[in-house]
Design a protein around this ligand. Sequence first.
Ligand code: HGY
Ligand code: MN
Ligand code: MN
Length: 400
Amino acid sequence: MSEIETDTFLADLYALREIGRFRTGVHRPTFSPEDMQARRWLMDRLEVCGLEPSIDGIGNVLGRHRGPGPHLLVGSHIETQNEAGWLDGALGVVAGLALARAGLPVDVAAFADEEGHFSGGFLGSRSAIGDLTEAEIDAARNRTDGTPLRVALESSGLANLPRMRLDPARYRGFLELHIEQGTQLESAGLHLGVVSGIVAIWQFQIVFEGNQDHAGGTTMAERRDAGLSAVRLLAAIDREFPKVCGPRSTWTTGRITLDPGGYSIIPGRAEVAFQFRDVSVPVLERMEACLDALVRESNRRERCTATLIALSKAIPAPCDPTLMRALSEAAEQICPGRWQVMPSGAGHDAQNIARILPAAMLFVPSIGGISHHWAEDTSDSDLAYGVRALGAAAARVLME
Ligand code: HGY
Ligand code: MN
Ligand code: MN
């Protein structure tokens, strides 16, 4: 293995940042023209790094090492949230290019739609482990514009391509370098985080049906206001969840849509995009039971009906101890004393790959903890620490 070329690694990251650039971040939703341009850019770079590039029927890009094993799989995702950051996902894929360029026997993967632009999310890594059915693809819709996934695959030229399946026998494990997307490393003055476990995201739609009516002629006593029912249920969740959640649980309402959405019209329908997260399944189950009870109570109390629809329930993933040890030794070698072991509050492809392979993650700090926002950023020096530590850990795992 030769030295990791950090200058070339940073140049690749900055080049990818220009595809779909939005202010200081990037807007590259899954299967958008910008996303497909980024996938083609990646396939070119994989070729230049000596890997055999391919793209599959769900948009996964894979660069296969041409030499004998043992191999490691390294990667992440390259699509982004809307108007979001340039490093979320891209860092882990471009780091894979740097490890391949240094001569390490790695395959490099960019798994499609980790960001969940289509129902359920994590389409690519779920497909790669055999956990995505044709029926799910038939049913999936774009969360922003409603485009059916089948239509998006067709217009991206992917519809008739086979979907790849990872062969666990080919790899010693999977490593993903990622930004922390929180403030822990920065506030502790650290450069690297060895991830101990990855949260599961349980995602729901809550639909409220009331009566669209006149905002003046309809008295407060007789109206069926779907918007008010929605905010009252969300307030109840915020009151009750702290009694059942875990120390690092989170819950988020990402969107409330009121129809028809006019000043002078009582909303007859409200839709809430809701999710909660934790690393423990019993905690997730307690939170879901609490949510179920609150929806039932809303239907007893309110004049509107609330319907809870479970969209996806991911599986939390502990990281592999052997890979964590290699990452810890590498972190100590690259920046002695300036790293820690920590959980991931974000979901990642690694939690799916962990279901068929040993998997682990390495974090670099996010400036101000900002992510899923175009202002997301990390210093070049921390990015360089990350890729060098990832390379050192990969070498340890492969040379064992
Ligand atoms: O939401 C997440 O945790 C991931 O960034 N998609
Ligand atoms: Mn990510
Ligand atoms: Mn993300």
